[in-house]
Ligand binder design. Structure first.
Ligand code: CTP
Length: 210
């Protein structure tokens, strides 16, 4: 859940507007259904939910280490975090002082945690990703589903005023290998339950195949 923070110097970082609400709602909904839940979260202003193991991380690298370390023991992995795609090439140890010139930041690419999960996925595992989109929602969702080897992707419109980042509601489309389910505008808690309904079906389908 949540954003990651990529440090620039001792006081500054690159991040995004993710609040962690969707990921926390998913963790709580899964716990209520009887799952043993581990929640890996970036920096958010939300308290640890009851009955859930919480691992707090800051950077994308720390999130990758925590998530990939936990992954082999999991039946279901849901990647709702807004991981920073890039980080500053180096973090200055002293505060960057202003000069009369502009400032150029060199960025390097972070690893794609979800794609790595997809490549290492065990046959019984259900892997769910999110897609934060401002345009071409369905085709981008389908591309990420395929390229990251997912069972399900939750496509979010980040430009809507009641959907996406840092609001209480969401309006998403669930895209699976064979189907597309647009959901109505719902609270993030109700959206979490609809995603988990689909996850339960996928778990059942995999159990039959085994
Ligand atoms: N994700 C990840 N690691 C990254 C970037 C993204 O695990 N370094 C995951 C997100 O948690 C999400 C999914 O990949 O489940 C899609 O994230 P999104 O930001 O929509 O897509 P990107 O793959 O980063 O592509 P783009 O930003 O170009 O749309």
């Amino acid at each position: 859940a949540g954003p990651t923070r990529e440090p620039i110097d001792p006081v500054r970082f690159l991040s995004n507007r993710s609040s962690g609400k969707m990921g926390f709602a998913l963790a709580q909904a899964a716990q209520r259904r009887g799952a043993a839940v581990t929640l890996v979260t970036g920096p958010v202003a939300l308290a640890d939910p009851w009955g859930i193991d919480v691992i707090r991380v800051t950077t994308a690298e720390e999130m990758a280490a925590a998530v990939l370390g936990q992954a082999p023991a999991m039946d279901v992995i849901i990647k709702s975090a807004a991981v920073a795609d890039f980080r500053p090439a180096s973090c200055q140890s002293l505060k960057i002082k202003k000069t009369n010139q502009g400032l150029r930041l060199d960025l390097i690419k972070n690893r794609d945690i979800l794609a790595e999960l997809g490549h290492r996925r065990q046959p019984h595992q259900v892997l769910v990703g999110f897609a934060a989109e401002s345009h071409d929602h369905l085709s981008e969702g389908q591309r990420k589903l395929r390229e990251k080897n997912l069972d399900l992707i939750v496509v979010n419109d980040i430009l809507g005023s009641e959907t996406g980042f840092d609001v209480a509601t969401n309006q998403v489309t669930l895209i699976g290998r064979k189907e597309i389910h647009p959901l109505p505008l719902l609270s993030k808690e109700a959206t979490a339950d609809r995603i988990l309904d689909r996850v339960v079906t996928l778990l059942g389908e995999k159990a039959i195949k085994e």
